[in-house]
Design a protein around this ligand. Structure first.
Ligand code: BGC
Ligand code: ZN
Length: 352
């Protein structure tokens, strides 16, 4: 039997193609799922543009998709899953050495770069009508969330970021943050703002756009939305969470961290921008005299997927619904991957 899957020849622009592939092999895991939904993000766009991604060893093509939601079709009795359950697949797998972190289930902190990632690096993704997963890399999704549980993976990335903000902040001394600034009102920024509000912080979100769904989404969450630049912003935030990936913005963001505060950078870009307006000495002084923590964060470990699930389950359902601005069927994958005005999150939804 074959299933339809969206795949690319990595590093080759224009190679994306929806085609028939064999049913996933049992080597990919003992649990077989019917795919319910797969979210797309900037990483997928980069892979489709040919600037990122790696096929599985010995293969020319990579099946895309890392933000998964599946319904269990077959699962061994000892897997902890049963037919009908909803689950989310973990993206990263430990490197083969494994390094000290991967050996301890902290593949998100892999130290040798030889980890693999489903749909991204050396391992097929979830953008196929069926996928398989290992029980130890599957996270149960709350049935009450339904198709919105597809937001678990992006939420896990910011759940990890916040967990590490807390850990790093309190490692230095007293740390009870009150005010947070989130840069970027895309899905990651808004989910990051959601987590900050759930921690009881006064959350501010900064993005370029003045119209469209983003200001509203931030406002409905309970965050203060700022359109435009840093200029009219309060100088001091206990936490800054950078979710745009614009390098110069990430550096300027540090200028808005209060003494004893923490800046977490989660985005990347390959645009090669420089930051000519940056006073490097002033920035350095701010970091030193403020005892600041500035750190980068990527991916997530299993517990962060679980934290993400609880956070999503606790937020207003209609807010989550409005975060997904487009649900597209698989055969409209090209439209799904094209960024349009008014898009926040696009999800490819599979026929039931
Ligand atoms: C994914 C992460 C992944 C990163 C780098 C992101 O889009 O959400 O899980 O580690 O890309 O490949
Ligand atoms: Zn490792």
């Amino acid at each position: 039997m074959t299933v339809r899957a969206l795949s690319v020849r990595p590093l080759e622009a224009g190679s994306a193609e929806l085609g028939e592939v064999p049913e996933p092999s049992s080597e990919e895991g003992s649990i077989l799922c019917d795919t319910v939904a797969v979210g797309v993000d900037g990483t997928d766009e980069e892979i489709v543009k040919g600037s990122y991604g790696e096929a599985p060893p010995g293969r020319a093509r990579l099946i895309l998709g890392h933000e998964s939601l599946g319904r269990v079709r077959e699962a061994p009795p000892d897997s902890g899953f049963a037919p009908g359950d909803l689950l989310v697949g973990v993206v990263r797998r430990p490197d083969p050495v494994p390094c000290e972190n991967c050996a301890r289930g902290q593949w998100d902190l892999c130290r040798n770069g030889r980890y693999t990632e489903r749909g991204i690096k050396g391992r097929d993704g979830f953008l196929a009508e069926r996928f398989r997963i290992e029980p130890e890399f599957a996270v149960r999704a709350d049935p009450a969330l339904g198709r919105l549980a597809v937001l678990t993976e992006p939420a896990s990335v910011v759940a990890k970021a916040w967990e590490h903000v807390d850990r790093l902040g309190s490692a230095r001394g007293y740390f009870e943050p009150l005010k947070a600034l989130v840069l970027g009102a895309g899905p990651l920024g808004l989910l990051g703002a959601m987590l900050g509000l759930q921690r009881g912080l006064d959350v501010h979100v900064l993005d370029l756009v003045e119209t469209g769904p983003k200001p509203d989404l931030a406002g409905k969450l309970g965050a203060t939305y700022h359109a435009g630049t840093f200029d009219d912003l309060d100088v001091a935030f206990d936490v800054v969470l950078e979710c745009t990936g614009v390098g110069p913005l990430a550096l300027h963001a540090i200028e808005h961290v209060a003494p004893g505060g923490v800046a977490c950078l989660t985005g990347i870009s390959r645009a090669g921008r420089t930051a000519p307006a940056l006073d490097a000495d002033a920035l350095n002084e701010r970091i030193v005299l403020g005892n600041l923590v500035v750190f980068g964060s990527v991916n997530a470990a299993l517990r962060h997927y679980e934290q993400a699930q609880s956070a999503l389950a606790a937020v207003d359902r209609s807010w989550l619904e409005s975060l997904v601005t487009r649900w597209e069927p698989l055969d409209r994958w090209a439209d799904a991957l094209e960024r349009r005005d008014g898009d926040v999150k696009t999800v490819i939804e599979f026929a039931a």
